[in-house]
Design a protein around this ligand. Structure first.
Ligand code: CP3
Length: 355
């Protein structure tokens, strides 16, 4: 169990009994908990201020800076959970993969993985490789008090999409060509990434994260049969690796309406839903025994207070019959979002859902 995720740990009850963790466990809540994917980062002026002159990946290795950036949206918006500030490529960088995050582009890999020999770039991850994560989470759990901290990682498919393509892609043609054309190499690549990802999530939970989210952002590019055969086993291995801790495991992807059931089956306790499928319909597709997270279209935040409230109420109404609901956006906060719109949305969801 995590340090603050179980009644047996330190400062246990307040965090364990938070609305966010209760909703993840499908227990009754005093109000619907809210957090936002990408809540830490470019929508906040205080983020730009502390990041000035520090490259993205370097900022992820400075524990005090990570803690400060992680706390900024909690202080400002009063969200019900913090998400650890990092990026999905940080564990890959930590084991020596030559990559960078280019502003306005995303992760770029120097030597894309295309052959079996290229797999040698991926060794196992040890806690020492990511010492700064353990240190930052130590600082954070002390500062956060009862507010839970969500750890995260990129799922094997989404990581593979960057490693094989060499950078962001719209079509994933190289990654999917490997998946269809050399299924053995593909399976070995995903299995290796699953080992790294499982180890990375363990580090975060051992350090004090109260929940974890696996981002398979780009899994929506796959047909269900291909997802089941070529991706699900690796994601299931990641969820299995952390099953024993008893912390909620969230599974999210974009454009995954046809995959929601399988993403639950991979081993998630909470399934993240993007804005394309209403939550009541998502619950029918996923079946019983899972909480849902989502799913306001992030562009609604550009439409003014009345539209935000109307659309947020629609999300809450669709979630009314769910076993557990964590309010979130259907994808990350867009960088040009007005932060005040986010603060107002948190307050609206809390007030509107109070029971
Ligand atoms: O608040 C949070 O949610 C935590 C921070 C976070 C970042 N990346 C910080 C970041 C999280 C959870 C991620 C995950 C991530 N990174 C995903 C999965 C989530 C998703 O959005 O689907 C993906 C696909 C990536 C890869 C990645 N990294 C992209 C596509 C980009 C954006 C490129 C750009 O500039 O538009 C990044 C860079 C990145 N990750 C930034 C931040 C704050 C911007 C870098 C900067 O501020 O200079």
């Amino acid at each position: 169990m995590s340090a603050n995720g179980s009644p047996a740990g330190q400062q246990p009850t307040a965090t364990y009994d938070s609305a966010f963790l209760k909703a993840c466990r499908r227990e009754p809540v005093p109000h619907t908990p809210v957090w936002f994917m990408r809540q830490a980062g470019r929508s906040l002026p205080e983020y730009h201020k502390v990041r000035e002159g520090i490259p993205m990946l370097e900022s992820c290795t400075r524990p005090e800076l990570v803690a400060e950036i992680t706390l900024q949206p909690v202080r400002r918006h009063h969200v019900d959970a913090a998400i650890y500030f990092s990026d999905i490529v940080v564990p890959l960088k930590a084991i020596g993969v030559d990559l960078d995050i280019k502003p306005g582009v995303g992760p770029v890999v120097a030597h894309p993985i295309r052959t079996r020999a290229d797999l040698a770039q991926l060794r196992d991850l040890t806690p020492e490789d990511v010492w700064y994560v353990t240190e930052a989470i130590g600082l954070l759990t002390a500062e956060l008090g009862p507010t839970p901290l969500i750890g995260f990682a990129g799922a094997p498919f989404t990581l593979a999409s960057y490693l094989v393509e060499g950078g962001p892609s719209r079509t994933y043609e190289n990654a999917k060509a490997m998946m269809y054309g050399d299924p053995e190499l593909w399976a070995d690549l995903l299995d290796r990434l699953a080992g790294i990802t499982g180890a990375f999530l363990k580090v975060q939970i051992e350090a004090g994260a109260s929940a974890v989210q696996l981002f398979d952002s780009w899994a929506g590019a796959l047909a269900p049969a291909d997802y089941r055969r070529s991706v699900l086993p690796a994601s299931a291995k990641v969820f299995d690796a952390v099953a024993g801790y008893g912390v909620p495991r969230i599974h999210f992807g974009v454009g995954t309406g046809e995959l929601l059931k399988l993403m639950g089956e991979a081993g998630a306790d909470v399934v993240g839903v993007d804005y394309r499928v209403p939550l009541d319909e998502a619950a029918r597709r996923i079946g019983p025994g899972k909480a849902l997270q989502g799913n306001l279209d992030p562009t609604v935040l550009f439409a003014g207070k009345d539209a935000v409230e109307t659309k947020a109420r629609e999300v809450l109404d669709a979630a009314a019959g769910l076993e557990g609901h964590v309010f979130n956006l259907g994808h990350g906060v867009m960088p040009s979002t007005d932060p005040d719109a986010l603060t107002r949305l948190v307050e609206f969801v809390h007030t509107e859902s109070e029971r």
